[in-house]
Design a protein around this ligand. Sequence first.
Ligand code: ATP
Length: 414
Amino acid sequence: MERMKAEIIGVGTELLLGQIVNTNARFISEKLAEIGIDVLYHTVVGDNPARLVSVIETAQSRANLIIFTGGLGPTKDDLTKETISRCVGKPLVEDTKAMQYIEAYFERRGIPMTENNRKQALVLSASNVLPNDQGMAPGMAVKHEGICYILLPGPPREMVPMFENYAVPFLLSLISDSHIVHSKVLRFFGIGESALEEQLMDLIDSQSNPTIAPLAKDSEVTLRITAKAKNLPEAIAMITGVEAKIEERVGEFIYGYDLDSLPSVLVDQLEKRKLSFALAESCTGGLASRMVTGVPGCSSVYQGGVVCYTKLVKQRVLGVPSVILEQHGAVSEESARAMASQVRELMSASLGIAITGVAGPESAEGKPVGLVYIGLSSAEAEKVFEVKLSGTRDMIQARAAKYALFYALQELKA
Ligand code: ATP
C-alpha cells in the first residue's frame, strides 16, 4: 500500500458547541505518529448527515486513511455508520461477533438487552469488527477502493483501548510490507526544547530512518526515535546507534525512557540502592510529595513529607533554627540546607529534599518570583541548588517540584 495519509474526523455537535474538547483526535494523531503514519487533517462535523457526506467526500480526495470517532451509539441513530455505508456503497449487515459483544456487554452488566440495541450489531459489510471491551458499539475497519476507513466510538474510555488493541494492529498489518515500526522515547529535564533542538539540529534534519521527533510538554522534553526495519532486533540496533549519538551530546539531561517519569525513576533508583528519602516542601505545598505518591510501591523508599509553608512550621515542626530563618529569610540557600537536613533526621531517611522559593505572583522577602532553592541532604553531603523559574504560579510550583526530584536523581547518579 502507498504511504498512508490520514484524516481524522470527529463527529458530534457537542464538539462544535465547545462542550467537549476533541481529545480523541489528539490521541489518535499521537499514536499514528508513533507508527509512522502521517496525519494531514483534523476535521470536526456536527451530527448532520448531509454535512458528514460532504466531509467524507473531501477526505476521500486527500487521504487514504480516514478515521471517524463518535456517532456510533444508539443515541445518534447510527449516523456515522449509515452515512459511510451510503458514501462507499457498502451495505450494513448484522455481524454475529458484534452481536455477541453486545449480548456479552448486557450480560456483564446484568441488564436485559432492548431490541434497538440489535442495530448496533450492524456493521459495514466485509469490515473487520473491532471489539469494544469497554462498551457496546463495536468499531470497524474496512478497505474500499484504496481507502481505509476506521470507525471508532466517541467516548475516550471506549475509543482508546479499541484503537490501541485492535485498530493499531490492523493498521500495522496494512503498512508492514514485511517491516516493523519500533520506537523509543528519551526523556529530558533541565533543558528546553529549542536548546535541545539546537544541539541536535544536524541529527534531526539528516535522519529519515530512524526519525527523531522532539516534543515539549509539562516542562519536559521528549525525543521519540522511530525506526522501520525488517525485524525488532534490527530496529533496536538502529535506534541504539542514534541514541548513542544523542547521549554523547546531551546525555546529562536524559533522566529516563518510554513510560518513565521523574518520580518513578527516582523511586526506582533509590530502591536499587536500598535508600529512603523525605521531603520538606514550602512553595510547592506538597506537590512533590503528590508526584512521588503517584508511583505505586513508593512506600519502600518514601518516608513522608512536611508541608512547611510558614516560618513558624519550618521552625516548630522541622526544627529549622529561627536564627537562620530570620537572618537569611525562608527563601534562601541556608534555609533550604537546614530544611533538608532537618527533614532527613526527623524522618530517619537516607536523603532529605527541601524546596523553598517564591511561586508568585508577588515577590516575597524582597526576592523575585521564580527564585527557588532546592536543598539535598545525605550522610555524605549537603547541597543547595538555586533555580530561576518563569511562568505562572502553577507552572513555577510544578517546575520546582520536578527540579527537586531531578537534582535528587542527579545526585544519586553522581
Ligand atoms: P454513545 O454510545 O455513548 O452515544 P458514540 O460513539 O455515539 O457513543 P458520541 O455520542 O458521539 O459517541 O459521543 C459520546 C461521548 O463521547 C461524548 O459525549 C463525549 O463525552 C465523548 N466524545 C465524543 N467525541 C469525542 C472526541 N472527539 N473527543 C473526546 N471525547 C469525545
